[in-house]
Design a protein around this ligand. Structure first.
Ligand code: 5GP
Length: 188
């Protein structure tokens, strides 16, 4: 069965993503010219975005990975208390850090993450998120680079999952309601 049959609507197309990631990569290259930023990809959702993004950055960058989960949160809601499931290997002190995230929703996860990273004494720290849902924000998050602002809808694709599925869709979409119903029935 083709996953695409489960999609209600496409919010961001493959072409739009390609164009925007190229623009963001160029902008980062321009802003960090002469520096060597460390791009920290937040697992697992931001992996697809990172891999496209870095190939558009024309300067030297380094890449590292961090696993973050929200304590007591669900796939649909976060809590603001984060647990680091995998830490970066690199020493971030005095480095120019760019956190690469899939989506900033309430902002609670990103705020907690930035606060944590600041305690490690980076030279600078900026956020690059593929998606942002401004209407859902509960705390202020200063986003320097944003791919797309989207409405308050639960989206999947291009790295974003529902129940660990749909990350491999090459666009951002919304699932048909019956998909959630079916999953719930399957899980009992
Ligand atoms: P926040 O702490 O900003 O509310 O939530 C951030 C995290 O919630 C994201 O990194 C992502 O894992 C998850 N999330 C928020 N909105 C969505 C969404 O529309 N789709 C998916 N797949 N995950 C989301």
């Amino acid at each position: 069965m083709d996953m695409r049959d489960e999609i209600l609507e496409i919010l961001v197309s493959t072409e739009e993503i390609q164009k925007r990631t190229t623009e963001l990569g160029q902008q980062i290259g321009h802003d960090y010219d002469g520096r060597n930023p460390l791009m920290i990809c937040i697992l697992r959702g931001a992996v697809v975005f990172l891999s496209d993004l870095i190939r558009s950055v024309p300067i030297h960058v380094m890449v590292d990975f961090m696993g973050v989960s929200s304590y007591g949160g669900t796939n649909l809601d976060s809590t603001g208390v984060i647990k680091i499931t995998r830490d970066v290997d690199a020493n971030v002190a005095h480095r120019d850090i760019i956190i690469v995230e899939d989506i900033v929703d309430t902002g609670l996860t990103m705020k907690a993450l930035v606060d944590l990273m600041k305690t490690r004494g980076p030279g600078s720290i900026e956020i690059c998120t593929f998606l942002s849902k401004p209407q859902r924000r509960k705390v202020d998050v200063d986003i320097k680079y944003c791919g797309f602002e989207i409405p308050n809808k639960f989206v999947i694709g291009y790295g974003l999952d529902y129940d660990e599925n749909y990350r491999n869709l090459p666009f951002v979409g919304v699932l048909k309601p019956e998909v959630y119903e079916k999953r719930k029935e399957e899980k009992g």
